[in-house]
Design a protein around this ligand. Structure first.
Ligand code: ADP
Ligand code: MG
Length: 380
């Protein structure tokens, strides 16, 4: 077991890393964050911010020297970086598991090979693959295999001709072409798995997206108990098959009453932010625990919760791209009982950029949801 006052290493300095730093600090650990961005939200509150690229081996050496174990908040950390660090220090999750989650082609192949439910898709690495793709895939979404997030690197296409055009716009980057599924709902499961293979899953969360970006997460999800149990079971199988150690998130579509796995994230997830305020142990504390070889904490959710993301447009008057830049009036949110505001300390707001979130908790889901939506309306 790695115990305080040990120093932990975090690759990536975004909000997920920032919440990890906060959880680790609360538990008595120190944290070093590696992120090239001088204003990275996690770097700002870390004990040490290593401001360098993920392939700067001199800095990786320093991290391996100074940290008792290393984790990540960012699935696009090069697998080579994780492999290199793993020669000197425990790295959780490991490079192999992260490599599957950071490439949509590897991810889809993993689901297919493990007979886990996934939607129809084709791998596109050349024009000819589009010509050969089954027409039943259309209407479809073309997604770049790597580095997409918040709906970026995706194009909705209705025909092979449109898919070809989009593929060229993505400069021929390897892609997957997915059938566009009619969605009844979207849900996710966040779980933690420790080195002994024990798994603790949080209750299933219901997610509403706007323009490809998560907007609202409702927990527990308002879905049939059998469907929720099946989602947790699938997520557990994924964690086991990946040999995953840490906090893992699995996104699902509900289509025609059935579950289809959309994608995995080898780290805490936006749809698990509410665990800070509504669960006995947060997804970030679980990441610390799994990393350090502590027993996992209790994942029980003690309150109904609704989480609302706060995007950069809020900083622009009227939400307009050319609106006057100003700080939103946070007093409107602080006036709401049961609401907790989390701001990430990002340097500058941009449209679509995740700047913060709030979670409303309470005993009754209908009340909590009404309060959260009213608060969003008031601040927006
Ligand atoms: P990201 O990495 O940006 O989260 P996703 O693949 O999860 O990418 O896509 C973002 C959102 O776009 C999904 O949560 C869903 O709302 C919508 N979407 C993506 N793929 C499909 C699909 N095959 N059918 C229907 N909707 C989809
Ligand atoms: Mg997603």
């Amino acid at each position: 077991m790695i115990l305080p006052p040990a120093t932990l290493g975090m690759l990536g300095g975004g909000q997920l890393g920032r919440f990890f730093v906060a959880a680790a600090h609360e538990m008595g650990y120190k944290v070093w964050v590696l992120d090239p961005d001088p204003h990275s939200p996690a770097g700002l509150i870390a004990d040490r911010h290593l401001q360098a690229g993920y392939s700067d081996y001199a800095v990786l050496d320093a991290m391996a020297d100074g940290c008792a174990a290393v984790t990540t908040e960012f699935e696009n950390v090069p697998a080579d970086t994780l492999d290199y660090l793993a020669k000197f220090v425990p790295v959780r999750p490991g490079a192999a598991a992260v490599a599957v989650c950071q490439n949509r082609i590897a991810e889809k192949s993993f689901l297919r090979d493990n007979t886990l439910p996934h939607g129809p898709f084709a791998v596109i690495t050349a024009d000819a693959d589009i010509a050969a793709a089954d027409v039943s895939l259309f209407p479809a979404i073309l997604k770049v295999a790597r580095f997409g997030y918040d709906g970026k690197g995706q194009a909705r296409v209705t025909s092979a001709a449109e898919a070809l055009h989009a593929f060229h716009q993505f400069k021929g980057e390897p892609c997957v072409l997915e059938a566009m599924l009619p969605l009844d709902a979207e849900v996710s499961v966040v779980l933690a798995r420790d080195e002994s293979g024990a798994i603790t899953a949080f209750p299933v969360v219901e997610n509403q997206h706007t323009g490809g970006i998560l907007d609202v997460s409702i927990a527990p999800a308002r879905v049939a108990p059998e469907l929720a149990a099946e989602a947790r079971r699938c997520a557990g199988v994924i964690a086991e098959q990946l040999g995953f150690i840490g906090t893992l998130a699995v996104e699902f579509f509900v289509t025609g009453g059935k579950l289809v796995i959309n994608e995995m994230a080898p780290r805490p997830h936006n749809s698990g932010h509410h665990t800070i305020d509504a669960c006995v142990t947060s997804q970030y504390e679980q990441q610390v625990r799994a990393l350090c070889g502590l027993p996992l904490g209790e994942a029980r959710q003690h309150s109904a919760s609704v989480m609302v993301n706060l995007l950069g447009e809020l900083w622009f008057e009227g939400g307009e791209p050319h609106g006057r830049y100003r700080e939103p009036d946070w007093s409107l949110l602080h006036a709401v009982s049961g609401l907790r505001l989390h701001l990430y300390g990002k340097h500058h707001a941009r449209h679509g950029r995740k700047m913060g979130h709030f979670t409303v908790i309470g005993d009754d889901m209908a009340d909590v949801l009404a309060k959260a939506l009213a608060a969003r309306q008031a601040i927006g």
